[in-house]
Design a protein around this ligand. Structure first.
Ligand code: EPZ
Length: 429
């Protein structure tokens, strides 16, 4: 198995091109199921999660061709997907596919809306929490679908089509909002989603659906209104830049010092995280080109952070921020409110010399003068990249194992960092 070898200590200097957002690209690809006409997605990141979803959608009969290859890309490596779901041959999403990527269970929304029935495996738990889908089911039931749980599958039926309704989410759920939004576009009548997720990826999905002919307003606020249409058309849509990749590299620069332009990034998508970085002592400025992050030799100040739905500080940057705080001057308190088990990086950061105490959903991080390289591994994507950030600042060599987690969500990570002066390489195993 491949690993990433990092020799810490170099500041980062240069420019990092920010890729399209994984968490926007996945629901956008799934939205392709809603229409029998072609959907073209541009700026899709070259990630193993995208390849996995391509295979999963292929099982439903969706034909996806890849264009926009750059020099050096693998055979299947372009950033434009041409999605053609003219014929759905199978409305079953089996467990062995859904378990490889839980977001694929979101197909339940478009499939029941378009086909009137489907059988989709429940995704099960994962490394960061139990992650139930009860609210996805509730939303579809509100739209008139009958959902039975049979042998670990959601069996959804709406033979006469879905009907517009009021949906109240008791808590903010990104996936639940995506599922409700997709399903309601083809429902008969008007749907209002209350307490909708406001994440930029939800806005991106709504923008794309509107280009396909949906009638959605209010995306980006807590109340989204959808006037159902009988069918959707073809469209071309460019995926938004990845705010989590942006925040990750911003924290890496704050950690190592240096001066990096995060090219193509949108500051409005991660204002809370940028504000925290400024408080910690980094210089952050928005330019026409993207976001410039600088840190001089002064070191990093400790800042307290609580994760919460957008526009607050994202859970997907919590591990990376914790890595940064391991070297802060003082003690930082980091509270995780979204997932109950998202501190798996703590014991690995401790292997590098970090001092972190856990009290339920609170991590107390006492900054240390230095970290020392060691072999580490992690159980999820964002935890893995937090170890890369720590390794970039640690003395000596850090080897991050289980690189497949990183490949799910960070395009060309080691190339982007090496181009800015990091001593980082992939070791084929
Ligand atoms: C999305 O997951 C993202 N995944 C996650 O990114 C991200 O961490 C999360 O949103 C929060 O921002 C993708 O976009 C593919 P939720 P999702 O539904 O939709 C509870 C990454 O690293 N809940 O907003 O699954 C749930 O357990 C990943 O890229 C229910 O209780 O997250 C959690 O506590 C990890 N019942 C909270 O809501 C439900 O039916 C928020 O989860 C649904 C959710």
């Amino acid at each position: 198995m491949d690993s990433i070898k990092i020799t810490g200590g170099n500041p980062l200097k240069g420019s990092i091109p920010i890729s399209g957002a994984k968490n926007a690209a996945l629901p956008l690809m799934i939205a392709g199921l809603l229409s029998d006409r072609q959907l073209v997605l541009e700026n899709v990141p070259r990630l193993s999660d995208v390849r996995a979803l391509t295979r999963i959608l292929g099982n439903h009969g969706v034909d996806i061709t890849i264009a926009g290859k750059r020099k050096g890309d693998a055979q299947d490596g372009g950033d434009t997907l041409v999605i053609n779901a003219s014929t759905i041959v199978d409305t079953c999403a089996p467990y062995d596919l859904v378990s490889t990527m839980r977001a694929s269970s979101w197909v339940v929304g478009p499939l029941v809306a378009r086909m009137g029935e489907c059988r989709v495996s429940l995704p099960g738990g994962c490394a960061i929490g139990t992650r139930p889908v009860d609210l996805h089911i509730m939303a579809l039931q509100r739209l008139g679908a009958r959902i039975d749980i049979e042998e670990g599958y959601m069996v959804a039926r709406a033979p006469k089509g879905l009907k517009g309704a009021e949906i109240f989410f008791p808590m903010v759920t990104v996936g639940g909002t995506h599922v409700a939004l997709m399903a309601a576009t083809l429902a008969d009548g008007t749907t209002v989603i209350h307490n909708a997720a406001r994440e930029p990826e939800v806005v991106d999905l709504a923008d794309c659906l509107n280009k396909m002919g949906a009638r959605i307003s209010g995306a980006g606020t807590s109340t989204i209104e959808i006037k159902g249409v009988p069918r959707l058309n073809s469209a071309t849509h460019r995926v938004v830049p990845d705010r989590i990749e942006t925040g990750t590299y911003a924290m890496a620069v704050a950690m190592t010092g240096g001066d990096v332009m995060l090219a193509g990034a949108d500051p409005a998508h991660l204002q809370a995280a940028l504000d925290v970085l400024k408080k910690a002592g980094a210089e952050v400025s928005a330019t026409n080109e993207g976001i410039r992050v600088k840190r001089n030799g002064q070191g990093i100040d400790a800042v307290d952070v609580t994760t919460a739905p957008f526009p607050a500080f994202p859970t997907d940057l919590q591990a990376q921020f914790m890595a940064l705080m391991t070297r802060a001057k003082g003690t930082s308190h980091i509270t995780e409110t979204i997932f109950e088990n998202r501190f798996m990086h703590v014991s690995e950061l401790a292997r590098l010399g970090a001092k972190i105490a856990l009290r339920g959903d609170l991590a107390i991080v006492e900054g240390v003068d230095k970290l020392k390289g060691a072999p580490v591994m992690a159980t999820d994507l964002r935890a893995s990249v937090s170890l890369v950030i720590a390794g970039l600042a640690a003395e000596g060599v850090t080897t991050v194992n289980r690189v497949y987690h990183l490949d799910r969500g960070f395009e060309a990570l080691e190339k982007k960092l090496a181009a800015c002066g990091a001593l980082i390489e992939r070791v084929r195993g």
